[in-house]
Design a protein around this ligand. Structure first.
Ligand SMILES: Nc1ncnc2c1ncn2[C@@H]1O[C@H](COP(=O)(O)OP(=O)(O)O)[C@@H](O)[C@H]1O
Ligand SMILES: O=P(O)(O)OC[C@H]1O[C@](O)(COP(=O)(O)O)[C@@H](O)[C@@H]1O
Length: 312
């Protein structure tokens, strides 16, 4: 089976704490705490590895925190190709309110890689993609990274005939789509920011996604938190509604959708199947604590609990 490669240029040690009632501006006592290797591509790799899909996690790491990430990946048996930067990989704090079940995220900017290191990464990536079926590029760019960096990574993959999935926001997303990735997974706010608009109906979301499809992208998966998602291709569009859960930590839910999307592409699933798989994966992960992610068994068991409705 061909391999899925993931790229996490700005990984993080995710520190998840739970508090009874999160009160900004007041003293909050932590009840539980855990740390996980995080960052979008890393979470995607965790899900794919648990699905028994061959995966390689690429990225940039540095310092003690970077070492923690490498150790956690290796403990989980996930092959990785990380280049070492000077400086310290970031820690992202996730505060889970036990009462409201809401997660508040405080993400650091990350360590600054040198321009030489970024060039070195590009060269290694270009030389190392030969067994790749799909590359997943996810998360923020480290500070100081040129905004067109995803664009360059996508162009390299395109030249090699490797399909790409981009999950980014802001300028990195705007510049990244210039290279026409195969698929995109924006959440609704990221899509609104990209297009400079506020959606007032689901039809508007479909038509905005179709605008991206007309530029050459094949799948646009718009995630909408507890409201579910909308999956759009040239010929099809589905409104997808998840089953009710008690969210324990929504961190990694979007990444689980991206992983399921990559899996469905590899397994040649239909668009309707992809609509179900991606939603089931995101929803199962949202019902787990920390950045624990869905397993294939749990996703398969939940597939028929997802409602999908064709849209025009
Ligand atoms: N509160 C929730 N209840 C049920 N499912 C959720 C909830 N939050 C997230 N999800 C699931 O996770 C998916 C991704 O969530 P979303 O917040 O849109 O992603 P992102 O973290 O990328 O912004 C959703 O489409 C849904 O399936
Ligand atoms: O690179 P960014 O945008 O700061 O996001 C990084 C964070 O996103 C995560 O990958 C989770 O992403 P999702 O909730 O979208 O799945 C965390 O593990 C990490 O701390």
């Amino acid at each position: 089976m061909k391999t899925i490669h993931t790229v996490t240029l700005n990984p993080a040690v995710d520190k998840t704490v739970t508090v009874e009632h999160f009160a900004p501006g007041e003293l909050n006592r932590i009840k539980t705490m855990r740390t996980d290797a995080g960052g979008k591509g890393i979470n995607v790799a965790k899900v794919l590895h648990s699905f028994s899909v061959p995966v390689i996690a690429w990225g940039i790491q540095g310092g003690h925190q970077g070492k923690i990430i490498l150790d956690k990946l290796s403990e989980q048996g996930i092959p990785s190709r990380f280049i070492e930067a000077e400086g310290e990989t970031r820690t992202n704090l996730k505060v889970v309110d036990e009462h409201t079940k809401q997660t508040t995220e405080l993400n650091e900017a990350g360590c600054i890689p040198s321009q030489e290191l970024l060039e070195q990464f590009l060269a290694c990536y270009e030389a190392g993609l030969d067994d790749a079926a799909i590359v997943v590029l996810g998360g923020s760019l480290p500070p100081g990274t040129p905004a067109d960096y995803y664009r360059r990574l996508i162009e390299i993959a395109n030249r090699k005939g490797v399909r790409t999935i981009l999950d980014a926001d802001g300028e990195a997303l705007a510049r990244g789509i210039e290279a026409v990735p195969f698929a995109l997974k924006p959440n609704i706010y990221e899509l609104e920011t990209l297009l400079g608009t506020k959606f007032t109906s689901e039809e508007q979301i479909v038509s905005a996604a179709r605008g991206l499809v007309s530029k050459g992208m094949s799948y646009i998966l718009v995630s909408m938190g507890g409201e579910g998602s909308i999956l759009v291709t040239k010929e099809e569009a589905y409104r997808v509604r998840p089953f009710p859960i008690t969210p324990l930590s929504t961190v990694g839910a979007g990444d689980s959708m991206v992983a399921a999307m990559a899996y469905c592409l590899l397994a040649c699933k239909t668009t309707a199947e992809m609509a179900r798989w991606t939603s089931a994966a995101g929803t199962v992960t949202a019902s787990k604590s920390g950045t624990d992610v869905c397993t294939m068994e749990q996703v398969e068991e939940s597939l028929n609990r997802i409602e999908i409705e064709p849209m025009i």
